[in-house]
Design a binder for this molecule. Structure first.
Ligand SMILES: NC(=O)c1ccc[n+]([C@@H]2O[C@H](COP(=O)([O-])OP(=O)(O)OC[C@H]3O[C@@H](n4cnc5c(N)ncnc54)[C@H](O)[C@@H]3O)[C@@H](O)[C@H]2O)c1
Length: 343
């Protein structure tokens, strides 16, 4: 059995716990959270026998892997300490919010010879995986342009994430969109130009930008435009709005993972999207006969398989470093009004 611990028992930590608990290869051993009550609750629900407030105490256990599911700015110390103990790490996106921290984590993992996987789960998202396979097979020829929109309703920054004002839609969603775009494009990004706008969320009491429009140039002249907003109306039929268009010299692919209407329900239960959305999630974390399915589970299962089979993960610390570099360049560009050239 692969012995696993989780640090961070919040919204997404619960998802990790459930994914591990239902994985027959895994023994979910321990949960750590600064909020001990949360950790106890999660451990009780998913059968972890040990609970910790301190990461140091948890890392004394003989663990094979840990998930780091703490807020964006609280990944680094935990990742480095776990790596130094010889424990493989699955860290939530973004890897870190500074390049120095990314380098330190990568170095710690390399020195210890452990895997450092970033949870870029859209690489397991069925439509994106199919697009990637088609591109790999040359069906689109040279990819010239990608448009990628990933946005949330105001529910996410105003009600879901208590730390939204210390983060941004760029870190929360832009990181996903940038990673998936670079992975699909398969080319080195060379330049970033970005504009951001503020105001709507500030008025709602959350001091963070409303939206970012980011243009990325790639080697060979290909372009991507990435749109991330945190101000979609809560009346929207889904919490997330995810769209992608890929134009190649020989073909195009259009992805609509959220508004596909695979399932649409209009009733008192879905009025204005509450308590349930009119178009429920069918691919991220759907629940089928009380089992959690979906691509968010698949990326976590991949981490377990990597440990078991001694194979490196498909989404690495280097991918995390590139992503943080792009986001920092986008922020710099948005502040200065100038394009930022990447080394
Ligand atoms: N892959 C995805 O689609 C996805 C979705 C949601 C969140 N996330 C990422 O997951 C991470 C967590 O997000 P969330 O929404 O679960 O946040 P959250 O605020 O709901 O939970 C974070 C938990 O971490 C705990 N914590 C903070 N610092 C800690 C520390 N040093 N040691 C132990 N516990 C600590 C907090 O007490 C809290 O319980 C973030 O990096 C976020 O970007 C990813």
């Amino acid at each position: 059995m692969i012995r696993v611990g989780i640090v961070g028992a919040g919204i997404w930590g619960r998802m990790h716990a459930r994914a591990y608990a239902q994985n027959p290869l895994v023994e979910l051993v321990a949960i750590c959270d600064l909020d001990l009550h949360r950790a106890h609750e999660l451990a009780g629900k998913y059968g972890a026998s040990q609970v910790f407030r301190s990461i140091d105490a948890m890392l004394e256990l003989p663990l094979d892997g840990i998930s780091v599911v703490t807020p964006d700015n609280a990944h680094t110390e935990i990742v480095i300490k776990a790596a130094r103990k010889g424990i493989h790490v699955l860290v939530e996106k973004p890897l870190a919010t500074t390049l120095e921290e990314c380098h330190a984590m990568i170095e710690a993992a390399e020195t210890a010879g452990v895997y450092l996987m970033v949870d870029w789960h859209n690489r397991w998202n069925p439509p994106f995986y199919y697009a990637w396979k088609s591109i790999q097979a040359g069906e689109l020829g040279d990819v010239r342009y990608i448009y990628h929109r990933l946005s949330d309703t105001t529910y996410v920054p105003t009600q879901m994430l208590p730390w939204a004002s210390q983060s941004s839609v760029m870190w929360f969603l832009g990181s996903h969109a940038l990673d998936t775009t670079c992975w699909l494009m398969g080319k080195k990004p060379t330049q970033v130009f970005c504009q951001k706008r503020k105001g709507v969320l500030t008025k709602l009491g959350v001091d963070t930008p409303d939206l970012y429009i980011t243009q990325v140039s790639f080697e060979g002249g290909a372009l991507a435009v990435i749109e991330n907003a945190w101000i979609l109306p809560q009346e929207s039929p889904t919490l997330i709005d995810h769209k992608c268009e890929i134009l190649g010299e020989k073909g195009a692919i259009y992805l609509d993972p959220t508004h596909h209407r695979m399932y649409a329900q209009y009733s008192a239960q879905t009025s204005r999207g509450f308590p349930r959305p009119a178009y429920p999630d069918m691919i991220i974390t759907p629940e089928i006969y009380e089992k959690q399915m979906g691509f968010a589970v698949e990326s976590i299962a991949h981490f377990v398989d990597c440990i078991k089979n001694h194979t490196p993960p498909l989404a690495t610390g280097q991918d995390g470093l590139l992503n943080t570099r792009l986001i920092l360049a986008a922020e710099q560009s948005a502040e200065t009004g100038l394009a930022v050239t990447l080394d």
